[in-house]
Design a protein around this ligand. Structure first.
Ligand code: GTP
Ligand code: MG
Length: 149
């Protein structure tokens, strides 16, 4: 089944939004397969955002992401990468629709409270970067037939 890497960024943790973000994925029917609170080393963050290393905001992004612990998660289910991005909303919260996580809880692009993998291959890379294989739990929901046809 498809998996994605979702993280509550340091501002989301400080603002008490871990539960809210977890709740939305749970209520949608997605399955949590890993989760941990982690103060990420800068090397991990530079690697995580390596495609953005030429951007002017890159140093500030690494500072922001290392300003406190993040809540890192892996979620599983049908089209969870694409749906996870939709649930998060547009990168810039000023463009995020109300009803999305960013559209409901933040204002500034440099304080946009959550991360979601942008493609299936990216998700695989990010999951391997943030989690050891033994940190992922393989299990089934008893409710699976009530979620999937
Ligand atoms: P992530 O889920 O965090 O990867 O966001 P994204 O995929 O929607 O956007 P992208 O990967 O392009 O950028 C990663 C993060 O860098 C964003 O979530 C923002 O926190 C930050 N960022 C992106 N663009 C800007 C910008 O123009 N200014 C600032 N200050 N931060 C930015
Ligand atoms: Mg991104």
């Amino acid at each position: 089944a498809e998996r994605t890497f979702i993280a509550v960024k340091p501002d989301g943790v400080q603002r008490g939004l871990i539960g809210e973000i977890v709740k939305r994925f749970e209520q949608r029917g997605y399955k949590l397969v890993a989760g941990k609170l982690m103060w990420a080393p800068k090397d991990l963050l530079r690697n995580h955002y390596k495609d953005l290393s030429d951007k002017p905001f890159f140093p500030g992004l690494v500072e922001y992401m290392s300003s406190g612990p993040v809540f890192a998660m892996v979620w599983e289910g049908k089209e969870v990468v694409k749906m996870g991005r939709k649930m998060l909303g547009a990168t810039n919260p000023l463009a995020s629709e109300p009803g999305t996580i960013r559209g409901d809880y933040c204002i500034d692009v440099g304080r946009n409270i959550c991360h979601g993998s942008d493609a299936v291959e990216t998700a695989q890379r990010e999951i391997a970067l943030w989690f050891k294989p033994e940190e992922l739990s393989d299990y089934e929901f008893a409710s699976k037939p009530w979620i999937y046809e």
